[in-house]
Design a protein around this ligand. Structure first.
Ligand code: GLC
Length: 575
C-alpha cells in the first residue's frame, strides 16, 4: 500500500531554473552548479520543494541547451558531473527534489549520432533520425517556430537526403519508432535516476507520439501510443517515486493520451488553464478561466496538473480564438515586437502586468489556487523584467538579480562577459533584487513566501477535487477544492486507506479580476456546513465572514477560506 509521501508531487512547489543564469560562482560570467548549490537555502526558505533544471547538458547552446550534444554529461561551462551530484545532495539535505529536462524528441545536429547518421547511409545511427529523398508536400506546415523556420524538412549535403525537424533546423528529430532509439532513451533515464533525480520534465511530449513521416503501417506495428506507458513502467521499476512531467499544450480531449488510466505520465503542464487564465486577467472576466476549468477532464488519482504563469518560452496563446488572443495582445503585448511566432507573448510576468503589485499578487494567488501543483519560474518571485532587445525568447532568460551590486550579484565577471546582459532600467537590479526584498517585510518576495506557506498547508488544493463555483459577479473566480482532511502533514493517498485525523475539509478561494471593489454572494449549497477560517487575503477585511452571506473583495482582491467539518480533537491516523 502507498503511504503519505509517495505521491510527493501532489504536495510540491516546483521552481524552474536555468543554471547558466542563476548564479555564477567562478566568475566567468556563466552561472554554474556551484553557484546554484550556494542558493539552495534561498530556495528552501522560499518554500520550493522541487527544482526543475532546464537542460544543462553539453550543447552548442543554440536553443538554451535544448539542442543536446551529449545526454550523459554536464556542459563544462556549468561545472562537472561531480558539481551536479554535490548540488543534488545539498538539495536533498534541505528536502528539495530535483527534476531534469529530458529532451529526446530531437538531438543537436552536433550529436555524434547525427554526425554518424549523415556521414554514412549504412551507419546504424542512420535510422535514429527521419530521412526522405524528397521533402513531403506538407513540409511547410507544422513548424513550431514559424517566422524563424520555413519548413520542417531540411536538406543535408553530407547525408544527401532531407531530414525532419519539428523545431529548429539544427535539431533533427529522433525516430522514436526505432526500438534502438527507445533503448537509448531508457538508458539515459536510467543514468540520471541512478544519480538521484526525482523525475523528468518531458520536453515536446506531443511530438514523441506522432508519426514523423514513417508509414502508417510501420507506426502502427510499433505502437507509438504505448510509449508513455513504456517510459512510466521503466521509471517505476528503477525508482518507484520518480515522476514524469509532460510539456504538452493539448486540448481537453487529448489529455487521456498523456495520463492514461494513471499508468502513463503523472504530471501535465496545464497550458489550457494557463492561456485562459491570461485571457481572464486581460478582460477582467472570470468566464474564460471558469469555462476552461470546467472543460478539463478529471485526472486519475495519481495524476496531477502542473499550473504556472510564465515559463522560459513565449506565453503560448495558440489555443485561444484570434479575437481572444487579440484581447491578450492588447492588454499584455501592445507592441508587435512583444509578440512571437504568431501565437504568443515574449515578456516576463511583471512587465505584462505593468509592474502593478496588486495584479502580481492576484495572478500568483490565482495560480496557487488552481487544483494541481504550482510551478514558479526563477525571478518571478521578485518581479523580474525582461530584455526585448534580445532575440526570440532570450529576453525572459536574463541573469537572476540577487543584489543591487555589480551585475546584480549574479557574477563578478566584467559585464561584457556575462552569458546574457543584466536587465536595466525600471526592472534592473537597483530596483528589483533578492537582498532588498528579503529585508522588506512588505516585498513581493516575502508575500510569495507567505502565500506558498499557506498553500503548503492546503492539501485540499493539491490533493482534492476542485471545481469553479458560480458567483453573481462576472469578475470573480470562485474555486472550491475538497479533500478528506485539512492536515497536509498526514495526507492520506487516494489509493491507500489511511484514516484521516479529522473530517472532510474544503478550501474556497475568491479572486476579483477587476480594478473595482465588489461584493459576492455564494450559494449556501456551495459553502455547506462547517467552521470558516480565513487563510490568505490581499488586505485586512476585518473579521472572517460567514461565507453564506455577502463577501467583500477589494480591487484585484483575493480571499482564501477553509471550511472544515468533523472533530479535529481526535488524534492520529488509523482511528
Ligand atoms: C520546448 C522548450 C523550448 C525549446 C523546444 C525545443 O518547447 O520548452 O524552449 O525550444 O522544446 O527543444
Amino acid at each position: 500500500m502507498l503511504g503519505p509521501g509517495d505521491l510527493w508531487y501532489k504536495s510540491a512547489a516546483i521552481y524552474a531554473i536555468n543554471v547558466d543564469t542563476f548564479r555564477d560562482a567562478d566568475g566567468d560570467g556563466v552561472g554554474d552548479f556551484s553557484g546554484l548549490t550556494s542558493r539552495v537555502d534561498y530556495l528552501h526558505a522560499l518554500g520550493v520543494t522541487c527544482v526543475w533544471l532546464l537542460p544543462f547538458y553539453p550543447s552548442p547552446n543554440r536553443d538554451n541547451r535544448y539542442d543536446v550534444a551529449d545526454y550523459y554529461g554536464v556542459d563544462p561551462r556549468l561545472g562537472t558531473l561531480g558539481d551536479f551530484v554535490d548540488f543534488l545532495r545539498v538539495a536533498r539535505e534541505r528536502g528539495i527534489r530535483v527534476m531534469i529536462d529530458l529532451v529526446v524528441n530531437h538531438t543537436s545536429d552536433q550529436h555524434p549520432w547525427f554526425q554518424a547518421a549523415r556521414a554514412d547511409r549504412a551507419s546504424r545511427y542512420r535510422d535514429y533520425y527521419v530521412w526522405a529523398d524528397e521533402p513531403p508536400p506538407n513540409a511547410r506546415e507544422g513548424m513550431v517556430f514559424p517566422g524563424v523556420e520555413e519548413s520542417t524538412w531540411s536538406y543535408d549535403d553530407v547525408a544527401g537526403a532531407w531530414y525532419f525537424h519539428r523545431f529548429y533546423r539544427f535539431q533533427p528529430d529522433l525516430n522514436l519508432a526505432n526500438p534502438a532509439v527507445r533503448e537509448e532513451i531508457r538508458k539515459i533515464m536510467g543514468f540520471w535516476l541512478e544519480l538521484g533525480v526525482s523525475g523528468f520534465r518531458l520536453d515536446a511530449a506531443p511530438f514523441l507520439i506522432e508519426r514523423k513521416g514513417v508509414s502508417a503501417a510501420v507506426v502502427e506495428a510499433r505502437r507509438p501510443h504505448t510509449f508513455f506507458r513504456y517510459m512510466r513502467s521503466f521509471l517505476s521499476w528503477r525508482r518507484g517515486d520518480a515522476a514524469l512531467l509532460a510539456e504538452a499544450n493539448v486540448l481537453p480531449d487529448e489529455v487521456e493520451d498523456y495520463v492514461g488510466s494513471g499508468d502513463k505520465l503523472q504530471l501535465l503542464f496545464n497550458f489550457y488553464a494557463n492561456q485562459h487564465l491570461f485571457l481572464s486577467l486581460a478582460t477582467g472576466r472570470a468566464a474564460p478561466l471558469v469555462e476552461a476549468l470546467g472543460a478539463l477532464p478529471a485526472l486519475p488519482p495519481s495524476a496531477q496538473w502542473a499550473n504556472f504563469l510564465r515559463n522560459h518560452d513565449e506565453l503560448d496563446l495558440g489555443r485561444l480564438t484570434d479575437d481572444d488572443r487579440g484581447a491578450c495582445y492588447d492588454a499584455f503585448a501592445p507592441d508587435v515586437d512583444m509578440r512571437l511566432y504568431g501565437r504568443g507573448v515574449r515578456r516576463r510576468l511583471a512587465p505584462m502586468l505593468g509592474n502593478d503589485r496588486a495584479r502580481l499578487e492576484l495572478a500568483h494567488s490565482l495560480m496557487l489556487a488552481l487544483p494541481g501543483t504550482p510551478v514558479l519560474r526563477y525571478g518571478d518571485e521578485i518581479g523580474m523584467g525582461d530584455d526585448l532587445s534580445l532575440p526570440e525568447r532570450e529576453g525572459v532568460r536574463t541573469p537572476m538579480q540577487w543584489t543591487r551590486g555589480p551585475n546584480g550579484g549574479f557574477s563578478t565577471a566584467p559585464p561584457e562577459r556575462l552569458v546574457r546582459p543584466m536587465v536595466t532600467g525600471e526592472y534592473g537590479p537597483d530596483a528589483v533584487n533578492v537582498a532588498d526584498q528579503q529585508r522588506d517585510p512588505g516585498s513581493l518576495l516575502n508575500w510569495l513566501q507567505r502565500a506558498l506557506g499557506v498553500r503548503h498547508g492546503c492539501p485540499e488544493i493539491g490533493w482534492g477535487s476542485g471545481r469553479a463555483i458560480a458567483v453573481d459577479v462576472p469578475s470573480v473566480v470562485a474555486i472550491r477544492c475538497d479533500w478528506r482532511t485539512r492536515h497536509a502533514a498526514v495526507v492520506p493517498t487516494p489509493v491507500g486507506e489511511i484514516g484521516a485525523p479529522d473530517g472532510p475539509s474544503a478550501v474556497i478561494t475568491l479572486h476579483n479580476l477587476a480594478p473595482e471593489p465588489c461584493t459576492v454572494c455564494l450559494a449556501a449549497s456551495d459553502v455547506g456546513p462547517g467552521e470558516v477560517t480565513e487563510l490568505l487575503t490581499d488586505r485586512d477585511y476585518g473579521r472572517a465572514p460567514d461565507l453564506r452571506g455577502e463577501v467583500a473583495l477589494g480591487p484585484y482582491g483575493y480571499r482564501w477560506f477553509r471550511i472544515a467539518t468533523g472533530d479535529d480533537r481526535s488524534t492520529g491516523p488509523g482511528r
